[in-house]
Design a protein around this ligand. Structure first.
Ligand SMILES: [Zn+2]
Length: 520
């Protein structure tokens, strides 16, 4: 009796919530104010590729596995409430995670497939993600982001497994925001509820959504689990979710396909090579701490087990690059590119090796290709340096400007390089000036250098403005402020023959930078 009562209450609460946010409870599709359906599809099409690049790229050594995941996705998409240009990929990342982007674009990490044990569990996660995109959860949070910030930005926190998020520049920045969007609890409940309905409609046993949640609750107690940074970061498992799924199951009824054997068969190759990918992950980790010796052992172990994996060749290249063996590094990057031409990173790495070898002209095409795949501050900073070294200041400025968008070290270096190059053209844009007076009433032109570089031959003119008309009525000759002003330092020069004793009089003087040069 009590149970039945609380179910009714829950049902009323759900109906109320759905209607309160403008959702048709039958199709659960939201009517959005600013993001049209065609825009939403265009956003998905534009951002799907760069989003995959920043998550390790597509997992391509086992195309049969991808075809299998796609077939499960298609079955569920066919029974969804909204027809979209759905696409499904397996990404080459060990982090157990999956995501959906507006417009029907879905990705499953290799790391999540290790942890599942049946096609029905795969369908449970897949159906949940399909609801997120079919019900426009991502597009809706983009829209609320637009309302709040006045710009096309998704709300959300950068996912911990996205090591490239800080490096991305330009329009592709949106892609990293889209995949790190955290949905609200209502969206999550809706994705669980409709996801189980899709499972049932597609012939799967919706019980798998309950057992999977129970497994997740158990796994979430292990703080070291890779899930903490992956799926659980956006989908914290809870007893409430398990209970809600059990209630849905009671309505739908259990029974249907589990597909344990077919799943075991299809992911067999993947699970058999898990140790090689673990070795690779360890290698990347120790290399980032500078331990090239241990890194090379791990990389060789991985490459021996899966010779066709481009990421393993890339790691061998990274180790050689760290050891300043640029030619060896190039050989490995070449192999990585041959195995998987459409992943950005070995292209960037090749250009670094070529630049180290004093062959910048050969580095340029690699950087252009990598920027097409994923525009990063690293590649634009390098392009800027190469253009600058050949004396092409305009191109260098353009490249530095793009990279300056990023908060990474390469972004910071690009901002400094941009300012340095642009300074010669626009010194007044960079130097700060003021007219000041001392106790004796003598007037000085003071120049402060807020940049990161030293400047030289700083000349100013001091202009006086008429008190009434506010128009300039006289000006000094050109005055040398200082032979040299270092970064964060100031220089000054007196205006001869003038005395002021009131602030109001001093306010009538302005200091104009006439010219300055970069110190060599
Ligand atoms: Zn979700």
């Amino acid at each position: 009796m009590l149970k039945a009562h609380s179910y009714t209450l829950a049902a009323i609460a759900v109906t109320f919530l759905l209607s309160a946010c403008g959702v048709n409870p039958v199709t659960h599709k939201r009517e959005l104010q600013f993001v049209s359906e065609s825009q939403e599809i265009a956003i998905g099409q534009k951002n799907y590729a760069p989003a995959r690049q920043q998550q390790g790229g597509d997992y391509i050594v086992d195309p049969e596995l991808t075809a299998y995941v796609q077939s499960v996705g298609k079955k569920l998409a066919a029974v969804s409430d909204r027809q979209l240009p759905y696409e499904f990929v397996v990404l080459n990342s060990s982090v157990p995670n999956a995501w959906a982007m507006p417009g029907g674009k879905i990705a499953f990490n290799r790391g999540l497939l290790y942890e599942l044990n049946s096609e029905a569990e795969l369908a449970a996660v897949m159906a949940h993600e399909i609801v997120h995109t079919a019900a426009r959860h991502g597009a809706q949070s983009m829209e609320s982001g637009m309302l709040l910030q006045g710009a096309v930005m998704a709300t959300g926190i950068a996912a911990k497994d996205n090591q490239y998020a800080d490096l991305i520049v330009g329009g592709a920045q949106l892609s990293s925001k889209l995949i790190s969007t955290k949905f609200g609890r209502d969206d999550e409940s809706e994705a669980d509820l409709y996801g189980m309905r899709y499972m049932k409609k597609a012939g799967y046993d919706p019980s798998a959504a309950v057992t999977l949640q129970e497994t997740f609750v158990r796994l979430s107690k292990d703080r070291r689990s890779g899930f903490i940074d992956g799926l659980f970061a956006s989908h914290p498992p809870s007893a409430e979710r398990v209970a809600a799924n059990k209630a849905t199951l009671a309505q739908l009824g259990s029974g249907g396909i589990w597909g344990k054997e077919i799943y075991a068969k299809k992911v067999g190759k993947l699970k058999a090579t898990k140790a090689a990918y673990q070795a690779y992950d360890n290698g990347v980790k120790v290399l980032s701490k500078g331990d090239t010796k241990t890194a090379v052992t791990y990389a060789k172990q991985a490459a021996k087990a899966v010779p066709k994996e481009a990421r393993f060749q890339e790691l061998l290249g990274d180790v050689a690059l760290a050891n300043k063996q640029n030619d060896t590094a190039l050989t490995h990057y070449k192999r990585a590119i041959a195995l998987q031409p459409d992943y950005f990173r070995p292209h960037v790495q090749s250009s670094i090796a070529l630049k180290n070898l004093g062959r910048p002209a050969e580095a340029e095409p690699y950087l252009n290709r990598s920027s097409e795949l994923l525009p990063t501050a690293t590649s634009f900073y390098l392009l800027g340096q190469i253009a600058e070294s050949r004396g092409d200041v305009d191109s260098a400025l353009n490249h530095y400007k793009v990279a300056a968008d990023s908060n990474s070290n390469d972004g910071k270096s690009s901002r400094a390089s941009y300012a340095r190059l642009d300074f010669a053209r626009n010194p007044a844009k960079y130097l700060q000036t003021a007219a000041q007076a001392n106790n004796m009433g003598e007037v000085f032109a003071v120049v402060y250098n807020p940049t990161t570089f030293s400047v030289t031959n700083v000349y100013v003119r001091i202009v006086h403005f008429d008190e009434k008309t506010r128009q300039p009525d006289r000006q000094s000759v050109s005055l040398l402020v200082a032979k040299r002003i270092d970064a964060k330092q100031r220089g000054q020069v007196a205006l001869p023959g003038v005395r002021v004793f009131k602030q109001a009089d001093l306010d009538l003087y302005r200091v104009i930078i006439e010219r300055a040069a970069l110190a060599k």
